[in-house]
Design a protein around this ligand. Structure first.
Ligand code: GLY
Length: 388
């Protein structure tokens, strides 16, 4: 096997060693972004990022069975209960929060308490559906200043839909899936442009459902192409295809992925917005790179056409290898994050050129997929040799 492919095994091992070390300090916190190399604790159990650290630990635990990762992930999940009980602060990102934690624990160990948490989170997400506009309402009163949150929907929601597909399956209750698909169809119509670029925020009239305005949100402006929003679309559309097998979601995943790939600079890691003015100091966003690459691996796994399978796999491999070669902190004990070069919110100047916990999560998720693929290819080639 050539090193263009096997680099991921080395990366996986180095990242595992690094997280063994950093987890002693980060432990049971809610890391979000780094400041001077250290993750800051958000102290908010309802923050959209709280599932990524335990989710990352579960990904490593699944392959390495390192007990302290399991202990932290379980402890972390329990402390998220406060936000489900309090209720008023939770929002559409309950998908990010409970998919990577409770659903994961339930899948691994059959913990009924975890299943119950995820079902409650799914019921909450379903309750955010606006019937006339056919969209999931992103936030609550006072969460945003730009627009009336009662009519506001954002591209990020595409990543929360698997919670609804999962609940539909668990409860044999198609209503959850119908809500997810109705929202995904609105995204295809109102968020994804014909060229494959993506809007961050759309405001609907919350009574009639008509589109009122488009906002740049975390992107440069309303006509621009925020790269993490693009990555939410690539990965989210691929996930909707995985759970529904509806070709329109695969088409949208490929269209947004092709736009993403076509816009990449030389080192295959995007700037924070594909359409912002650019000079040599314009920030990158490694979290967008990692999330999109993991989504491209999913497209490559789901699609049957061999040429397209190779196209999306190669693009993902190229992006991930560049992240490992150029932005990864293995060997630097002064950095708690795994990837540098993340950009949380450039318009507000928040979290620029730092590590972001979701960038780290999707990097590890993508590496896990590559390592699984390499090991199944190795097994297949041993089986072939044995048969000869
Ligand atoms: N979901 C918020 C963000 O992508 O920054």
């Amino acid at each position: 096997m050539d090193s263009e492919k096997t680099w991921a095994n080395d990366a996986w091992k180095s990242v595992f060693e690094k997280v063994k070390f950093t987890s002693e300090d980060i432990s049971v916190q809610f890391p979000s972004m780094t400041s001077e190399g250290c993750y800051e604790d958000t102290h908010a159990p309802w923050a959209w990022v709280v599932g990524f650290w335990p989710g990352l630990l579960w990904l490593l635990y699944e392959k390495e069975h390192y007990q302290p990762f399991k202990d932290i992930a379980i402890a972390r999940e329990k402390t998220m209960d406060g936000s489900l009980d309090e209720y008023v602060n939770i929002h559409h990102d309950v998908g990010f929060m409970w998919q990577l934690t409770s659903i994961k624990q339930y899948e691994l160990f059959g913990n009924e308490r975890s299943k119950n948490r995820a079902l409650r989170a799914a019921s909450h997400l379903a309750s955010r559906f606006n019937i006339n506009g056919r969209f999931l309402t992103a936030w609550n009163k006072n969460d945003v200043s730009a627009a009336d949150p009662r009519g506001l929907s954002i591209i990020d929601s595409m990543m929360n839909l698997p919670l609804l597909y999962w609940a539909a399956d668990q409860l044999d209750a198609p209503r959850f899936k119908l809500i997810a698909m109705a929202h995904a169809d609105t995204v295809l119509k109102e968020f994804i442009r014909p060229d494959g670029s993506v809007r961050h925020m759309v405001e609907f009239d919350y009574m009639t459902g008509d589109v009122k305005s488009y906002y740049g949100g975390q992107g440069y402006n309303e006509d621009s192409a925020w790269s993490r929003g693009a990555s939410w679309a690539v990965h989210g559309c691929a996930l909707s295809y995985k759970y529904t097998k509806e070709p329109r979601y695969l088409e949208a995943a490929m269209r947004t992925a092709d736009f993403f790939i076509d816009q990449l600079p030389e080192d295959s890691v995007p700037h924070w917005d594909f359409r912002s003015p650019r000079d040599e100091n314009t920030p990158r966003d490694t979290s967008a790179a990692a999330c999109a690459a993991s989504g491209m691996l999913l497209i490559s796994e789901l699609i049957e056409d061999e040429t397209k399978k190779a196209h999306y796999f190669d693009a993902a491999n190229r992006i991930l290898k560049s992240l490992y070669d150029n932005y990864c902190t293995v060997g630097d004990d002064g950095q708690q994050g795994i990837l540098t070069g993340g950009a949380f919110n450039c318009p507000k100047g928040l979290g620029v050129n730092c590590s972001l916990i979701y960038g780290d999560y999707y990097f590890v998720e993508a590496l896990s997929k590559l390592v699984t693929k390499l090991s199944s290819e190795k097994e297949a080639s041993i089986a072939e040799e044995t048969a000869i």
